[in-house]
Design a protein around this ligand. Structure first.
Ligand SMILES: *Cc1c(COP(=O)(O)O)cnc(C)c1O
Length: 543
């Protein structure tokens, strides 16, 4: 008899039996308590930080309550702070700091000479191509044009379209040209922003508000490859999104699509793929992420901040590249930095959407402010019209022909460097670089030693962690005659030197990165980093 009871009926009977002796008030109390407990549990589990992350933090926080540990950490932080400060003092050499607003006016001549003095600081030869990324193009003719355009537009503000309709038109044109580059149609739209980070922030904001309105999602989550730019973590912190980081394949360094699929749940508001990512310059399988987006009806953002203005021209430059734009049906937005390979001065990027509904959710509108009905498209209120104008001017001054040529030069140089590095013993390249970044590791020695050796030769490369690596981001500056060969030579010689004693540990500044990776308590790394940021704002104490 029991065996053929419906499961629900058996639950009912079981429950009734267990509550049989209880009074009504007890049943009410039990019910309420268990519901509240469940709600609490749900809240506890679904916060932005996972339970394990929070548990870890708590353990370390408790450990730091022990006075001896606390004192040790404080002493360490104090010494690190002093080191950072000393480095800043060293870098600014003998120059005087202006710490109080000058009582009188400075002459134009004095101001210009002070600017020159400040610009002279810094030892790296970035114009000569010894620095990874950072400066994407350097050409006196372009600078002259940009300076002239900025001069004419420096005091404009597109927050006031009635005053500066021409600046708004220029912004609309930049956005439309970009939509066309990435194969959008007439429904595709977007805005300019101040940079890649803001573009990403805006996409996250748009999708969060879209998901809240159309699907009622209250605990939004974004699913991003572990290699996606840290701007997504920043967006998570700013916008209270849970960031689900998906591991990448250790060999290809592309996101594991099956793991990405598993990370999707009913709170997922966006999927992310990088084209390419910053650490390794490899590209996630955007077509497969797009397919996931279509299947689960979740927006897909392609982060083309770094590579967008290369991938858009690579086909024409003779370097085929996988599809990573609006031609893929699931791709709903793309960020692309005009201030990287668009060769505009720093301060501009575009965020593009397949459908205008997403842009609507990017906007911030307040209707009841005494200052008036206020609508703004991006983070800023007042915005620099000059940044729009110079971006627009850079795009027109290159034209498609100019960008295709620059792309050809940059990809050619990168492939040349990649080929040279692959021939060397003792080092390996992470995955298959698609655009302009080549990342190096080693199974035979601590790769930070190579970074350190190159640093003494004047090179400034990027440092990667988990696992240790270094990368060079090739820009137009590196396409100058002799730069790639100098790089290959310097790597070759340094590696040969290191391989004489492969087991020596890394010393000097680079050692910090090794230590930082090995610390289980990430809050200490956070504290160190805060102190480093503090040192950027160093001025001498007033006596
Ligand atoms: C540079 C970069 C960003 C962020 O852009 P910013 O302009 O530095 O704010 C985002 N994604 C990738 C892959 C990048 O390289």
């Amino acid at each position: 008899m029991d065996a053929i009871l419906h499961p629900l009926t058996s639950i009912k009977v079981g429950l009734n039996n267990s509550l049989a002796g209880k009074e009504p008030w007890q049943i009410v109390t039990l019910t309420t308590t268990s519901v509240l407990l469940l709600v609490w549990l749900h809240d506890f589990v679904t916060q932005e930080e996972s339970v394990t992350q929070r548990a870890k933090k708590t353990v370390f926080r408790l450990a730091k309550l022990i006075p001896s540990i606390r004192r040790k950490i404080e002493a360490e932080l104090q010494s690190v702070s002093e080191t950072f400060e000393k480095e800043t003092i060293e870098k600014t050499k003998h120059l005087k700091y202006t710490t109080v607003l000058p009582a009188g006016k400075l002459s134009e001549e004095d101001i210009l000479s002070l600017v020159k003095e400040n610009l002279k600081l810094g030892d790296y030869d970035w114009k000569g191509g010894l620095v990874s990324g950072a400066v994407y193009y350097h050409n006196p003719d372009l600078i002259r044009l940009i300076t002239e355009v900025y001069g004419m537009t420096s005091y404009t503000n597109p927050l006031h379209p009635d005053l500066f309709p021409g600046l708004c038109k220029m912004e609309a044109e930049v956005v439309r040209m970009a939509c066309n580059l990435f194969h959008g149609d007439e429904n595709t739209s977007g805005t300019m922003t101040s940079g890649g980070t803001e573009s990403i922030l805006m996409a996250c904001k748009a999708y969060r508000d879209y998901a809240r309105e159309t699907k009622g999602i209250r605990k939004p989550e974004i699913v991003v490859p572990a290699t996606a730019h840290s701007a997504f973590d920043k967006a998570g912190q700013f916008l209270r999104l849970r960031v689900r980081s998906v591991p990448v394949d250790p060999v290809t360094t592309k996101v594991n699509i099956r793991a990405m699929k598993r990370a999707i749940n009913c709170n997922t508001i966006m999927l992310v793929g990088s084209a390419p990512n910053f650490p390794y310059g490899t590209m996630d399988d955007i077509d497969q992420i797009s397919a996931l987006g279509v299947k689960y009806k979740i927006p897909v953002h392609v982060d083309g901040c770094l590579g967008g203005f290369l991938t858009a021209f690579m086909e024409d430059a003779g370097y085929p590249v996988p599809l990573c734009d609006f031609r893929l049906p699931g791709v709903t937005s793309i960020s692309a930095d005009t201030h990287k390979y668009g060769f505009a001065p720093k301060g501009s990027s575009v965020i593009l959407y397949r459908d205008i509904i997403y842009r609507h959710h990017q906007y911030t509108v307040t209707t009841d402010w005494p200052g008036g009905v206020y609508g703004s498209p991006t983070v800023g209120g007042s915005r620099a019209g000059g940044n729009i104008a110079v971006c627009w001017a850079a795009m027109l001054s290159f034209g498609k022909e100019g960008y295709v040529q620059a792309t050809r030069d940059i990809i050619h140089t990168t492939r040349y460097i990649e080929k040279g590095l692959r021939r060397m013993k003792g080092i390996f390249i992470f995955g298959q670089p698609v655009t302009s970044v080549v990342a190096l590791g080693s199974n035979d020695f601590d790769i930070y030693r190579l970074g350190s050796a190159l640093n003494t030769l004047g090179w400034n490369l990027n440092v990667l962690q988990f696992p240790s690596g270094i990368h060079i981001c090739v820009t137009h500056v590196h396409t100058q005659q002799g730069v790639a060969d100098k790089f290959l030579n310097d790597v070759q010689n340094s590696v040969a030197e290191i391989l004489k004693e492969p087991d020596v540990p890394v010393e000097g500044k680079m050692a910090i990165y090794g230590v930082a990776q090995s610390l289980p308590d990430r809050s200490i790394v956070t504290e160190f980093t805060r102190l480093f940021l503090d040192s950027m704002y160093y001025t001498p104490k007033q006596s």
